[in-house]
Design a protein around this ligand. Sequence first.
Ligand code: ACO
Length: 328
Amino acid sequence: MTLYSKIIGTGSYLPQQRVTNADLTAQLAAKGIDTSDEWIVSRSGISARHYAAPDELSSDLAVAAARQALAMADKQPHEIDLVIVASSTPDYYGSFPSTACIVQRKLGMGNGSAAFDVQAVCSGFIYAVSVADAFIKAGAHKNVLVIGAEVFSRILNFEDRGTCVLFGDGAGAVVMSASDTPGILASKLHADGSYADILSVPGNLANGAIAGSAFLYMDGPAVFKLAVTVLEQVATEVLEAAGMSAGQVDWLVPHQANIRIMKSTARKLGLPMEKMVVTVDQHGNTSAASIPLALDAAVRDGRIQPGHTVLMEGVGGGFTWGAVLARM
Ligand code: ACO
C-alpha cells in the first residue's frame, strides 16, 4: 500500500499589537521619514501588520499556532514524532538550540521526538512541508508538526522606509500525518545562491558581536523581478509533476509578500483572483509564517474544504523558491 502524507490540522497566531499604515506613517514621520498609506497600499497591498511584544519570541508564536493545529488534528503533543520550524528569526541569534527544540519543550512533548529548524527565509514553510512529506513517505515519521514562525519586526530598520513598511510578525502551523490517501500530491524546491545579496541580513558574528548589519536589506525591484518569474515556473512544474492543470486547482495560497507579485502569478497561471487566498493586506509579509497563516485563515472560514486541491508556493532570500500541491 502506498504511503502518503496529509495535512490534517492547521493553526495560526498573530501577536496582539496591530499596526496600521496610519500608525506606522505617524511613527516614521516623528523621525522625519516620509511615507503614506497610499504609497504602501499601492506598491504592496498592505494595510496593517502585527508586531510581537518585546518578550515574545518566535517559539511563543509557534506554540500558540501549534496548539490550534494539534486541536484541529485531534492529536496530543506526545503523539508528534517530528517538529520542524521554519524561521529566519529564531529564538537564539546563534541559531542554537533550534527553535524547534524550544517549541518541543514549551509544548511539554517530552517524548524524544526529533526536532530541527529549516532555513529558507520566505520559502521556509514550503521547504519544511516538503521535508516532512519525504520523511512520512519514507516511513521514518508518522505525525509531523510543521511551523512557520517569525518576529521580523526585530530585524527591520525603521530608518529604511523601503523595507520597514512591508513586514510583520506571526506564526502558522500544520500537522501532517501518514495516510493511505493523498495528501501531498507533489512538491518542488529550488535555490540559486548567486542571488544571495539581493535579500539578506548582511551581518556576521565576530568576537561575540555583529560585524556588519543586523537589519534586513532588500533590493526590492530585483526581488520583484525574480519572484514573478520563478513563482510561475515552479507552479507549472509542480502541476506537471502531479499530472494536473491549473484549472484543477481550487485554491492558490501564495507567499504573502506583495499583492502585485501575487496577482501576476495568478494571472500567468490563468487563475481568477477569487481562487487566491489573500492575507497580505492584514498581515504584511510574515516570511515563513505567511503561507500557513493564509492557509489556516481559509480553512477556518470554510473556503478550503476537505478534498480541495491547494497550490502553495513561496519565494525568499537565498534565493529560494518552491511549491507544494496538496489535496486537503
Ligand atoms: N514610502 C514612500 N516612498 C517610498 C517608500 C515608502 N515606504 N519606500 C520607497 N519609496 C520611494 C523610493 O525612495 C523611490 O523614490 P525615488 O524614485 O525618489 O528614489 C520610489 O518610492 C520607488 O521605489 P522603488 O523601490 O523603485 O519602488 P517599487 O515600485 O519597486 O516598490 C517594493 C518597492 C514594494 C519594495 C517592490 O519593489 C517590491 O514589492 N519588491 C518585492 C518585495 C518582496 O516581495 N519582498 C519579499 C519577497 S522575499 C521575502 O519575503 C523575504
